[in-house]
Design a protein around this ligand. Structure first.
Ligand SMILES: [Zn+2]
Length: 111
């Protein structure tokens, strides 16, 4: 097994469970409060579907040490640090929170 550079890639199972739970609750986007409409839980989760689900981290993993986590993994796997969001709201929020890494995190999207 190889360790990915991004700790968030290593707990996909917990994230899939969280996504299922949010879908079952019909949870609204925590970032826009549903202003953009309900989260489209059935849609593929990528930039082509801006209303699809993204799991947002209240505390960005890159700032784990400022918030008392032991490691980036600790922060990334803390379920209480997660909230449901639209893909697009999450992309906009990450841009604001992590200006240095935003381009990399959002991938080749042109937002
Ligand atoms: Zn939203």
């Amino acid at each position: 097994m190889t360790r990915g550079p991004d700790p968030r890639q290593r707990n996909g199972n917990a994230r899939r469970k969280a996504a299922k739970r949010y879908a079952a609750m019909g949870a609204p986007c925590a970032l826009c409060g549903g202003r953009r409409g309900p989260i489209d839980y059935a849609a593929p989760r990528n930039h082509l579907f801006p209303l699809s689900l993204a799991i947002d981290e209240r505390i960005p993993v890159s700032r784990w040490s400022e918030f008392g986590y032991d490691s980036p993994e600790d922060c990334a796997t803390d379920v209480s640090n997660w909230q449901p969001a639209h893909w697009i709201c999450n992309a906009i929020a990450s841009d604001k929170r992590k200006p240095v890494h935003a381009a990399r995190d959002v991938g080749s999207g042109t937002f």
